[in-house]
Each structure stands twice: as C-alpha cells, then as structure tokens.
Design a protein around this ligand. Structure first.
Ligand SMILES: Cc1ncc(COP(=O)(O)O)c(C=O)c1O
Length: 472
C-alpha cells in the first residue's frame, strides 16, 4: 500500500475501530504513519483507558479490525428474565404435553389467551366513535384517573370526596411502581423500602434501578407453607421509622397467601405506630376473590385510618389488558393541597421518562368502569375467570391427594388465593418440572393456575409428586 492510501486506510481503521486498536501494541507502527494533521497520538491516548479493548493489532491496522470489533464488545449477555424467560423456554419446547405455568396470564380451559367480551364490546364502540389519537396530558386520561381511584377506594370514600388522592395514569403496574420509586428516591432520599420475602421478582429490579434502598421482611414460612405473621410484624417494627412498607393488596405474588382481616388490622397498627408509609401494589383487584370490593378491603382499611399511602394499580389481569400497559399510581395525602403538589411532582417525573401514557387502554377502562351496564358485565366475566381458577385449584388438590399415597397434606394449595400457587418445590425440583415434565414455571416453585386446565391437572400432579419425592 502506498503512502497516501495506507494513511487513509489507517485513518479509516482507527476512526472506525476507535478505541479497539490496542494502544500498547499499535503505537510503534502508527507513530511511523504520517496522516496529515490527523492526531493519532490523541486517539491512542484515548484508547489506552478503554477497559473493553481486545487487541487485534499486529503492526498494521487493517480494515478487518475495524469491521470485526464492536464498540459493544465489553457488554455481557444479560441473564433471561426469571418470569418472562420461562415463556421463551416454553415456546422452544416441541413436546405435546408442555404447559406454561410461568407468566401470570389468564388462559381459557383450552389454554388459549382470552380477550374479555366487555373489552371487545367497548373497543367496537370506540372504533365507531372514531376517537382521536392525540397525545394525552402527562397525568393521563382524566376519565380514567377518576374511575380508577373510585374503583380502588370506593366512590364514596372520604379520600376521594376531599380530593386527597393524587392519581396519575401509569404504564400498567410496573410503570406505576417505577414512577413511585423515582418519587421516593427524589423526595425521601434517606428512606428505605421494605418488601416481603419472597415477592414478585420485578420489585427488586424496580427499586434497584430507581436507586432506592430496600430490605426484606419475613412473609412466607416454609414449615407451614403459610404466613410468618410474627416474623412480618417484628421486621416491620424493627425498620427505621418512616420506612415505606410494600404490601400486596390481595393475592400475594408469588405465595398466594394473604393476611386475614384481623392480621391486616395489626399490620396497620404497627405501621401507624412506626410512622411508616404503606405502599400497596394492587395487581389483582377482583381476581383474588372475584369481588372488586373485597379485594380492595386492605387498602380501604388503611385509608379509613387516615393514613397517607401509595397504591400502584394494574389492569393487566382483571381486564386482560396485559399489552395495553394500563394502570395508575395513587398517592393518598392528608390534604387536597398536598395531593395537588404531589401530583405535579409525579408528572414531573413521568415527563422525561415516557412523556405521556398510551390512550387505548385508558379509554377501555374509563368506558367499562364508567358505564353501569358494562361494569356489571365486567364483574360477571371476572367472576367466571376467578371461578375457573378456583376450580383448577380444587382439582389440582384432589389429584395430588389421590395420587400421593404418603399421606402428605396438600391442603395449603386450597388456602392460597389468586392466580398462583406456591408449590413448595425448590429450584432443582422446579427445573425437573421443566426438563422432564415440560411444565414451565418459575424457579421459586410458583405455578400460575391461570395457565392450567382441568384436563391437565392429573398430569401436573404426577410431575409435582415425581419432582417432590425424587429430586432433592
Ligand atoms: C405483584 C405484581 N405487581 C405488579 C405486577 C405488574 O404487572 P403489569 O406491569 O403487567 O401491570 C405484577 C404482574 O405480574 C404483579 O404480580
């Protein structure tokens, strides 16, 4: 290669590969190269500090170096998501008996995804009306924010009547939790969040990414496969005053174990005593018991005490709007004035994150909840969905009890509530379920009963018994 060509080739390579040329190895040959006013030393100097460099240089800088090495060389492969990764593994399995009990998504008895009839009806109405697709305000659709807070607290609740709830539409439950986490990080920088052990897998990611410190309170007792109520109370008591206590409003995920009404009262006592701030995650309103009011009773109990609290809501499960990303963050404040200020700050957090939320799901919820006839249709459909899950729960218990001759008591399955059952299977046993039985579930032993049919209960029971007794 002649002088000028070589010079431009080197320049191109350095420019393209940038820091990929290892400074130490390449320095000598490059110093000899005259590239007009191009500052080779400067580039090498910059390259020196790059920890991602892998040297390809053998005295000559070639085009091959430039095209083969990526700026992203140093980026490691992220592990699959513990919940959504299960669906990927399920898809790749070609066995006829395979079952996806990982993700908490409702399926019909034929194990098909389900769009609620009331949703289809409302979508048709929306299409006929020819609704626009303009941006929503940062806080979301006003009609949605109104009905969502009313659904949660009850329209007659003092917190609503006195204008003490700051409600901002969010990107479903996850996005609403994330905005709340950013709010905590910004306005309560010394506070920490207490989360249950175990909890929904994404809670830790959300607080980690928002840089909010968290620790766990005891919740699940493996000995009883029930609630470790004393442990929970003493950990909440031991937390620094003014901590945020994350509580699952109903249908605790992953355990399916909820406190009784009396236990909720005691939890509220301790939280009040310690000046903590309750932070509810309500992802299953109506799905746990089949009743929207009953499933909101924990939140309402705290609000009735005059406590300030946060509540993240999701319509993924109860309206089957998983992909519409519709939910809300509600902050109950002690005055309407404080609520207005809190709302303004929630909007300020949302604006640079995603600007404003999507409209379609918000309109569906506003129409369904805001119209008495459609609202009743929804409640009927929700009862049917919750009923199917209860039937499957009963059948799984019956199958396990009939097949397991050891006399083991499987009744904990019946005591759990909501979409999930925490089987008590450990990681190796859960892996056996996937590897040998083609039953895909999270490694903590959780199965989604919403993805199970009556017809598959016997097969699942065989897999659970085999894994439980033959894998340690
Ligand atoms: C406890 C809990 N919180 C929040 C969510 C958030 O769901 P989404 O973001 O789909 O509303 C889920 C979903 O599984 C959940 O189980």
């Amino acid at each position: 290669m002649e002088g000028k060509d070589m010079a431009s080739s080197a320049m191109l390579s350095i420019a393209s590969a940038g820091p990929s040329a290892s400074a130490a190895n390449c320095k000598a040959s490059l110093r000899k190269t005259k590239i007009g006013s191009f500052d080779v030393r400067y580039m090498l100097g910059k390259a020196k500090g790059n920890p991602f460099l892998k040297s390809q240089c053998s005295g000559r800088v070639t085009m091959a170096v430039a095209v083969n090495v990526s700026r992203f060389e140093g980026i490691a492969m992220a592990p699959p998501d513990p919940i959504l990764g299960v669906s990927e593994a399920f898809k790749a399995d070609t066995n006829d008996m395979k079952l996806n009990l990982g993700v908490g998504a409702y399926r019909t008895e034929e194990l098909q995804p389900y769009v609620l009839n009331v949703v289809k009806k409302v979508e048709k109405l929306m299409l006929e009306r020819g609704e626009y697709k303009e941006y929503l305000p940062i806080e979301g659709l006003a009609a949605f924010n109104k009905v969502t807070a009313e659904l949660l607290f009850g329209a007659d609740n003092g917190v609503i009547k006195q204008g003490r709830v700051a409600t901002v539409q969010g990107l479903s439950g996850t996005g609403s939790l994330r905005v709340a986490a950013a709010f905590i990080e910004r306005y309560f920088p010394t506070a920490k969040v207490l989360i249950s052990s175990p909890t929904w897998g994404n809670h830790k990611n959300i607080f980690n990414d928002a840089r909010v410190p968290w620790s766990e309170y005891r919740y699940y007792d493996p000995k009883t496969v029930g609630l470790d109520f004393d442990g929970m109370i003493s950990d909440i008591k031991a937390a620094p005053d003014g901590s945020f206590i994350l509580l699952h409003g109903c249908a605790h995920n992953p355990t399916g174990i909820d406190p009784t009404p009396e236990q909720w009262e005691k939890i509220a006592d301790v939280i009040q005593e310690k000046n903590h701030i309750p932070f509810f995650d309500v992802a299953y309103q109506g799905f746990a018991s089949g009743s929207l009011d009953e499933d909101a009773s924990s939140v309402r109990l705290f609000a009735a005490r005059g406590l300030e609290l946060l509540v993240a809501q999701s319509y993924s499960k109860n309206l089957g709007l998983y992909a519409e990303r519709i939910g809300a963050i509600n902050v109950v404040c002690s005055s309407s004035d404080a609520a207005a200020r809190v709302k303004s700050q929630l909007k300020r957090i949302a604006r640079p994150m995603y600007s404003n939320p999507p409209v379609h799901g918000a309109r569906i919820v506003a129409n369904v909840v805001g119209d008495p006839a459609l609202f009743n249709e929804w409640k009927e459909e929700m009862e049917i969905m919750a009923g199917r899950i209860k039937n499957v729960r009963q059948k799984l218990f019956d199958s396990l009890s009939a097949k397991d001759k050891s006399g083991k008591d499987w009744s904990f399955i019946l005591k759990q509530i909501g979409m999930f059952s925490f089987t008590g299977l450990n990681k190796a046993q859960s892996e056996n379920m996937s590897n040998k039985w083609h039953v895909y579930m999270t490694k903590d032993g959780r199965i989604s009963l919403a993805g199970l049919s009556l017809a598959k209960c016997d097969y699942l029971a065989d897999g659970i018994i085999d894994s439980f007794y033959n894998v340690s």
